[in-house]
Design a protein around this ligand. Structure first.
Ligand SMILES: [Zn+2]
Length: 112
């Protein structure tokens, strides 16, 4: 099965802009639309403490790095190859997680 590079690249680029927007919004004085109900937005901004912001920011930055690394691998021609064992990553896995850097087996091993 061949890798649908174009659609995956598009998905990665969209994810990258989305993450950058979220990070910018996190830095803004009044972050909006992070999943809170409209009329709760003001309260949510106030109760969203520093620790929550730091955790969220760390999560977004980590994901952004994964997405950027995947785009770089596309440029280099190593996209879709497991960064650990060097075997091709399952196409179904790439479609579900376009930034996946490891095959299922290696990912499972790393999480153990
Ligand atoms: Zn592997």
């Amino acid at each position: 099965m061949t890798i649908p590079f174009e659609s995956l690249r598009q998905a990665l680029e969209e994810e990258r802009s989305r993450l950058r927007e979220e990070l910018a919004r996190l830095d803004a004085r009044a972050p909006e639309g992070i999943g809170y109900h409209d009329h709760m937005a003001d309260d949510a901004t106030d109760v969203m403490d520093q620790a929550t912001r730091v955790t969220l920011r760390r999560h977004l930055e980590a994901r952004l790095r994964e997405v950027e690394a995947a785009l770089r691998r596309m440029e280099e021609g190593t996209y879709g190859i497991c960064q650990d064992c060097g075997r091709p990553i399952e196409v179904a896995r790439l479609k579900a997680l376009p930034f996946a850097a490891f095959c299922l087996e290696c990912q499972a091993r790393r999480e153990r």
